[in-house]
Ligand binder design. Structure first.
Ligand SMILES: C[S@@+](CC[C@H](N)C(=O)[O-])C[C@H]1O[C@@H](n2cnc3c(N)ncnc32)[C@H](O)[C@@H]1O
Length: 263
């Protein structure tokens, strides 16, 4: 777990930036070395230091050493399933209105990227419950979560097929990141309290269409909105001020809906 009040210590993730701002990643371990294209960085020269310092490699190159931000970490973490990227997670946190103290259910856990942000956002008074069908993914995600945000008493993982079973009730916010979200809509409606927000993340628009159709059929959801987030980075220096030549053109669509009380 990353502890910002302390100096670098064993077991925490670390980000190296070279002089061209290229990034490299590792988990700190005493006695370990990081090999970057034949050049060597020594972990023991990092442990006990404050982040941001300049580390000199065996070949006399400079690297700045940081704790990755959570967004950087989720990009670099060990993958079981494909993670949701920061541009979409930031949208989920705002449009699904994740708040301190909320009871949030997410389906599925995957690599634990979204979970890590949800745990931060709900804080100690809130709860995150993650449904996941694959035990190997649960194992990997748990390690990922532990490495950065730490294992929390307010995080529960349920090894369950959400199309078959759903055990939680009175849920404030529910996030779906599964291949067939329309199959979970009826259970989600049952689990959510009136006024709650449902949010689904789907890579293809056909998934969105089927999901939204199901929402309409149930007649307990309103304010159904679908968004796609495009993030374009710019290069800004003296001679060249322009958009970067490459970007991630598409990840997924995000649909949110509000549950109402049936009169
Ligand atoms: C794309 S991944 C989720 C990634 C996760 N949101 C993250 O940011 O790391 C989708 C996950 O849903 C799980 N899943 C698929 N169908 C499921 C089901 N019926 N019940 C529970 N989990 C399911 C998969 O095993 C996979 O781990």
């Amino acid at each position: 777990m990353v502890d910002y009040s302390k100096l670098f210590s064993e077991g925490e993730p670390v980000l190296f930036l070279d002089q061209k701002d290229r990034e490299y990643y590792d988990i700190l371990k005493s006695g370990k070395q990081k090999n970057i294209r034949g050049d060597i960085l020594i972990h023991d020269e990092i442990i006990g230091k404050q982040e941001g310092f300049r580390l000199i490699s065996k070949r006399n190159n400079f690297f700045r050493v940081f704790r990755p931000t959570l967004a950087e970490y989720t990009r670099l973490m060990r993958r079981g399933a494909q993670v949701i990227y920061a541009k979409d997670i930031s949208h989920i946190l705002v449009w699904a209105d994740i708040y301190p103290g909320a009871k949030v259910v997410e389906c599925g856990l995957g690599s634990g990227a979204l979970t890590s942000f949800l745990l931060r956002a709900v804080g100690g008074r809130g709860k995150v419950i993650s449904y996941e069908i694959r035990p190997d993914f649960i194992n990997n995600a748990t390690k990922n979560i532990d490495t950065f945000v730490g294992l929390k008493k307010n995080h529960t993982v349920r090894e369950i097929d959400i199309y078959e079973q759903f055990v939680d009730k009175n849920v404030d916010r529910l996030i779906l990141d599964v291949p067939e979200p329309w199959r979970a809509v009826a259970s989600a409606a049952d689990a959510l309290r009136p006024g709650a927000v449902l949010c689904s993340y789907s890579p293809t628009i056909l998934q969105v269409r089927d999901f939204v159709q199901k929402l309409h059929e149930l007649k307990t959801f309103t304010r159904i909105q679908t968004h796609e987030i495009m993030l374009r980075e710019w290069k800004v220096d003296d001679v060249s001020v322009r958009p970067m030549l490459r970007m991630v053109a598409h990840t997924a669509f995000l649909t949110t809906a509000r549950k109402y009380q049936v009169d």
